[in-house]
Design a protein around this ligand. Structure first.
Ligand SMILES: [Zn+2]
Length: 288
């Protein structure tokens, strides 16, 4: 198929890779589109439209009956699942419904396309159910998974898909939040830490970035407390304050705690619970 993709829709390396794979005719059964929700969903819808377009030339043509229905969101061979914002809100039952649909022949187009939106929110059971379909995919079916980070998916799911990363830099800035949180840990006022973590409740990527930086600061403070000097966080003053305010045991516990919280973000934990736990446990470890 001769695919048409506007240049602004994805980074040039992804665009080149997609054009090449589509023109070779070896279009994978499953594509994972990694990046921000808006960007990945736009590309997924575009590829779905290309899959149902009837043009003999470049697809999607934008004016055949297939394209018009796809654009209107009413094409019977483009099915969308998922889309919930909460982690693990994409259940096994959804995949079982999808499975029933996947074995039905296309209605109008040559292919059926399943868009799995926010697939980072697939529960582990749902991913295992999906894996069974990916292992023996029905003919003429394509799965387009959008997600903020492909590493949220099981490696078995990833290995049966082609992954395209739409953002060069996925790590959001921590906006100095890690430093403020480190200082708040030593503060006698509990509300400061709660106030700082509030915006992270709905932003897992930012929470992860903040925890990564906070881990470096805690590590630096521990090093200072043990007489070392080599800093990696870029926040020597904050690390110094922490090192003076807390004992070595407390710093060690806090470092372990932040490391554990960071790994929980990797495992797709509920961010609201995580941010709340983080506040309570940091305060406790700091002796408040
Ligand atoms: Zn068309």
């Amino acid at each position: 198929m001769k695919l048409l993709i506007p240049q602004e829709m994805c980074p040039s390396d992804v665009r080149r890779a997609l054009l090449s794979v589509y023109s070779s005719g070896r279009i994978p059964h499953a594509l994972i589109l990694e990046g921000s929700t808006g960007q990945t969903l736009t590309l997924a819808k575009w590829l779905a439209q290309a899959a149902v377009c009837r043009s003999e030339e470049e697809r999607p043509c934008g004016h055949c009956p297939g394209c018009i229905k796809a654009q209107a969101g009413s094409h019977p061979d483009i099915l969308t699942f998922g889309g919930g914002e909460a982690s693990r809100s994409f259940h096994k039952e959804d995949i079982e419904n999808l499975r029933r649909d996947a074995y039905i022949c296309p209605n109008e187009a040559e292919n059926r396309v399943f868009i799995l939106e926010n697939s980072q929110n697939l529960s582990a059971q749902a991913q295992n159910a999906l894996l069974k379909i990916l292992e023996e995919p029905p003919a003429s079916v394509q799965f387009l998974l959008t997600c903020d980070r492909a590493s949220s998916l099981l490696s078995t799911v990833r290995s049966r898909s082609q992954i395209y990363t739409l953002e060069e830099t996925q790590q959001p800035q921590d906006d100095g939040l890690a430093e403020k949180m480190a200082l708040a840990v030593c503060s006698p006022k509990e509300s400061t830490l709660l106030y700082l973590t509030a915006p992270l409740v709905k932003d897992r990527l930012k929470l992860r970035a903040v925890l990564e930086h906070l881990l470096q600061i805690c590590r630096d403070a521990l090093i200072l407390r043990c007489g070392g000097t080599e800093m990696i966080s870029g926040c020597a003053d904050t690390a110094q304050t922490l090192a003076q305010a807390l004992t070595r045991t407390q710093l060690y516990q806090i470092t372990q705690l932040v490391r554990e919280m960071h790994s929980r973000t990797e495992r797709n934990a509920n961010t609201t619970l995580l941010a709340t736990d983080l506040c309570a446990q940091l305060r406790q470890a700091a002796g408040h």
